[in-house]
Design a protein around this ligand. Structure first.
Ligand code: AHM
Ligand code: MG
Length: 345
């Protein structure tokens, strides 16, 4: 029987201890998934460290120029990608990885053991915001291998989101936070930089059922479908007695999602005539955040379908996305119903 891990935000609980306690709820667990989560927490600390000194790039040497040691500096998103690959490839728990930064599957080198999980990730989401010191994030998804060979294959990656065994994100903001789920609620940890540990700060996150914020890039309005335009007017209280939501758009999915998860709201990225399939990636942006939001009592859809039920066909597949408070996502599904999204028309 599941025993719910009970902690309050006032007890000092490290992410390691929390992961171990969650694992105890699964006597059959081998500890491999826990190992993946520890390694990701370590990678997050390393990326946080790089992000914090990003503003010094011009002083220490900007991207593609040589730094003081005479090494060519890399762009931060490439650096974040390498940090994750290097932190994760040798643990013996993964059989393959996929990243927004790499076109194909990343195989585990021959000299390392292969495990039974696949990791999909966006190493630095919203990276165009780095230059202006606005929060960015990392998003990750873990699925179990379903093919029989030693290495992970495309088929392992192309599983619907409901099969995820773990998912999470890291936000590099005024503090660094890691939020993850293994299907036992969504829990948030804040990095205490003085001791280098993620400490439980947001146990059992619950998203309010109604929204307070609307996060959407309005500049595409003329390119949306009529139904999407009507939906946005509802959110703004212009079309019905729906309470007017406050518009907040950072342009970093992780930051917009995080605010709405804690405060209530909806993030919407409808398909439009310029991006007929939407912009966000299904496997390593929409799916992990959808898993988290559902665990927190919210919802996510692509306009017509629950995100976690979409059957992926491509590694870097894009999807329209409506994610956040349950009642706001339900309104989106209702108002967009019958309108096959532009991409599917
Ligand atoms: P990226 O993965 O290339 O950084 O793009 C994803 C980002 C999201 O973080 C954000 O929500 C979205 O793109 C913003 O797009 P737009 O500028 O079209 O509003
Ligand atoms: Mg991204």
């Amino acid at each position: 029987m599941l025993t719910v891990v009970k902690h309050t935000a006032t007890s000092v609980v490290t992410i390691e201890r929390f992961i171990i306690e969650e694992e105890r709820n699964h006597p059959e667990a081998t500890g491999e998934l826990s190992g993946i989560l520890y390694d990701l927490a370590l990678a997050a600390k390393m990326i946080a460290n790089k992000v914090r000194s990003a503003g010094l790039a011009d002083i220490l040497g900007s991207a593609e120029s040589e730094n003081v040691q005479g090494e060519v500096q890399q762009k931060l998103d490439i650096m974040a990608n390498e940090i994750i690959v290097k932190a994760m490839d040798h643990g013996g728990r993964l059989c393959a990885m996929a990243s927004e930064e790499e076109p194909g599957i990343i195989q585990i080198p021959e000299h390392f053991r292969c495990g039974k999980y696949c990791l999909l990730f966006d190493p630095l989401d919203g990276s165009s915001n780095i230059d202006v010191n606005v929060p960015v994030g990392t998003i990750f998804s873990v699925v179990r291998k379903i093919t029989r060979g030693r290495h992970g294959e495309l088929e392992d990656m192309l599983q619907p989101g409901r099969r995820q065994v773990a998912a999470g994100y890291v936000i590099y903001g005024s503090s660094t936070m890691l939020v993850y789920t293994t299907g036992q609620g969504a829990h948030g940890f804040t990095l205490d930089p003085s001791i280098g540990e993620f400490l439980l700060s947001h146990p059992n996150i619950r998203i309010p059922e109604n929204g307070r914020y609307l996060s959407v890039n309005d500049s595409y309005e003329n390119h949306w479908s009529e139904n999407a335009r009507t939906l946005m007017r509802h959110y703004k209280g212009l079309e019905s007695d729906h309470k007017a939501l406050s518009t907040r758009y950072v342009g970093s999915l992780v930051a917009d999602f995080h605010r709405n998860l804690l405060g209530g709201g909806i993030f919407a990225y409808p398909s439009n005539t310029k991006s007929p399939h939407g912009k966000l990636r299904l496997l390593y942006e929409a799916n992990p955040l959808a898993f988290i939001v559902e665990q927190a009592g919210g919802a996510a859809c692509d306009g017509t379908r629950r995100i976690l039920d979409v059957e992926p066909t491509e590694l870097h597949q894009r999807t329209p996305l409506y994610i956040g408070s349950k009642n706001e996502v339900e309104l989106a599904t209702r108002l967009l119903a019958g309108q096959r999204e532009l991409a599917l028309a």
